[in-house]
Design a binder for this molecule. Structure first.
Ligand code: ADP
Length: 490
């Protein structure tokens, strides 16, 4: 092989090697381009993921912010409700709902309008409104019957859940883009509204804001209702107190008048009785002298008349003595002459005294005296008068063959005595007036038998002078029981 051929061969080899190298290089280049593309894609994906991460981060931040706002709102709500539900003063409620608490709810504008006693809305909390704007707001709300009706029904409006038209209305009226308007209700219906709002530049509504504001509105409503109820009850009790005071004063005055009248009555009775007693004694005296015949013979007919004069004078003296005793005991001029007495013996002596009358009407006598009753400090003469009066009445108003029983029982520190009969009884309407002076029941016996109506009055005075009580129970045609107490220790 010649040199030329050698050169050509080498040249061909070189060219071939170069081409092969070039091809290889091209191949490598293609490979790296693909890798590059892959890298580019990865970059793109990474970029997308980075963007996603940023977006998620932003969203998370926003969610966190909303959560914080909600937590603040809930915290403010809890504090607010605790503060407003622990007072019963309406003004105090709004003092406690102070600005800082309201601001914590996370709104730049707050307005609470509450009806006054003339049903006019008045601002009670105002954050972010001019007074002149509030006047406009109130007048527009009061004119908007539809809105008032919906509020009355308990509807809460928020910028997120409202018709376009109404949104416009509230937007413009309150000058807020995001808002909640909630009714404040009590049992009697709508008494006010609460408004919170933000402008477009500050934060929008967060989920749950509407709930928080309507809960707050509810609590304000309840707190006001409680305060008003309390105020009403308090006022009523004050009116009652004044009335009770007035009534007490009137009663005290009436009592004083009655006491004065009673005093004058007593002194009048006492004076008249004294005046009557002196001439009566003379009449009786002269009648007695005439009857003795010392002043000349007295014909039988005249004697009979003189005896009648004597008898009637005795009755009159008895009547006047009773009258005098009542007024004396009442005015305390007769002191009870307390001595140790045996009740059982006293009752027996009264029985002895009245046995003739009992026999005359064939009335059975029963006495049940508690043997435990000790000797008692009593005015013997006066207590005997009680028994004589009660038993005489019982005999008078009990028909033939009836029964009269006396019962005396120990009762703590007193003895309760009952004088019962099986007589005509006393109608219920007369029972309360029975112990009044001169009071007599209208019945057949009283029409035929004279009486003064002073006996029971005297009996009551004597019982009271012994610090006891007296009352009566009765059933018409069945019988009557007089009950009275006499304290054992005096
Ligand atoms: P007087 O016996 O003089 O009428 P009293 O004061 O003793 O006056 O009694 C007042 C009235 O009470 C009597 O008139 C009588 O109507 C009624 N009364 C009293 N005791 C009895 C009795 N035991 N049963 C029925 N009525 C009685």
């Amino acid at each position: 092989m010649g040199t030329l051929e050698m050169i050509i061969l080498i040249g061909a080899f070189v060219i071939f090697s170069l081409i092969a190298g070039l091809l290889f290089a091209i191949q490598q280049l293609q490979k790296s381009q693909e890798s590059l593309k892959k890298i580019m894609k990865s970059f793109e994906r990474l970029d997308e993921q980075a963007k996603l991460i940023v977006k998620t981060d932003l969203e998370l931040n926003k969610a966190q912010e909303e959560l914080d706002k909600r937590l603040n709102g809930l915290d403010a709500l809890q504090k607010t409700s605790r503060r407003i539900t622990t007072t019963l003063d309406e003004n105090e409620i709004f003092q406690r709902l102070d600005q800082s608490l309201m601001m914590n709810l996370g709104f730049e504008k707050n307005l609470i309008l509450i009806q006054d006693k003339y049903a006019r809305l008045q601002p009670r909390i105002n954050i972010g409104f001019y007074e002149k704007d509030i006047a406009v707001i109130i007048s527009h709300i009061q004119k908007n019957e539809e809105l008032l009706k919906n509020l009355q029904e308990g509807q809460t409006f928020s910028s997120g859940n409202i018709s376009h038209q109404r949104k416009e209305f509230i937007n413009q009226l309150f000058n807020a883009d995001y808002f909640i308007l909630s009714p404040i209700l009590t049992k009697n219906g709508l008494i006010g509204i609460i408004f919170v709002g933000n402008s477009a530049y500050s934060s929008s509504l967060t989920e749950g804001d509407e709930e928080i504001i309507s809960i707050l509105a509810n609590q304000i409503g309840q707190a006001i209702e409680n305060a008003r109820l309390f105020e009403e009850a308090f006022r009523a009790s004050q009116i009652l107190e004044t009335k009770v005071k007035e009534r007490t004063q009137q009663l005290a005055k009436a009592l004083e008048d009655v006491q004065n009248i009673s005093k004058s009555k007593s002194s009048f009775i006492s004076a008249v009785s004294h005046e009557l007693r002196t001439p009566l004694t003379s009449i009786k005296g002269y009648a007695s002298i005439l009857m003795t015949g010392k002043l000349g013979d007295v014909p039988e007919e005249v004697k009979k008349r003189l005896e009648k004069i004597n008898m009637h004078s005795d009755n009159l003296v008895q009547f006047i003595n009773n009258l005098l005793d009542i007024s004396r005991i009442e005015s305390g001029r007769v002191e009870m002459n307390m001595t140790k007495c045996n009740l059982s013996i006293m009752i027996e002596s009264v029985h002895d005294l009245l046995t003739p009358q009992l026999k005359e009407k064939n009335i059975e006598w029963q006495a049940h005296i508690d043997p435990r009753i000790p000797e008692m400090l009593l005015d013997q003469h006066q207590v005997e008068r009680i028994f004589i009066n009660l038993v005489s009445n019982a005999i008078k108003f009990t028909p033939q063959g009836g029964t009269i029983s006396i019962n005396a029982q120990m009762n703590n520190n007193a003895v309760t005595i009952e004088v019962s009969d099986t007589g005509i009884g006393i109608p219920e309407k007369d029972l309360t007036r029975l112990f009044e002076e001169f009071y007599r029941v209208e019945n057949e016996i009283n029409q035929n038998v004279k009486g003064t109506g002073l006996g029971l009055s005297l009996v009551r005075k004597i019982v009271q002078a012994h610090k006891g009580k007296i009352w009566v129970t009765s059933q018409v045609n069945k019988g009557t029981t007089f009950h009275f107490t006499l304290p054992i220790q005096q």
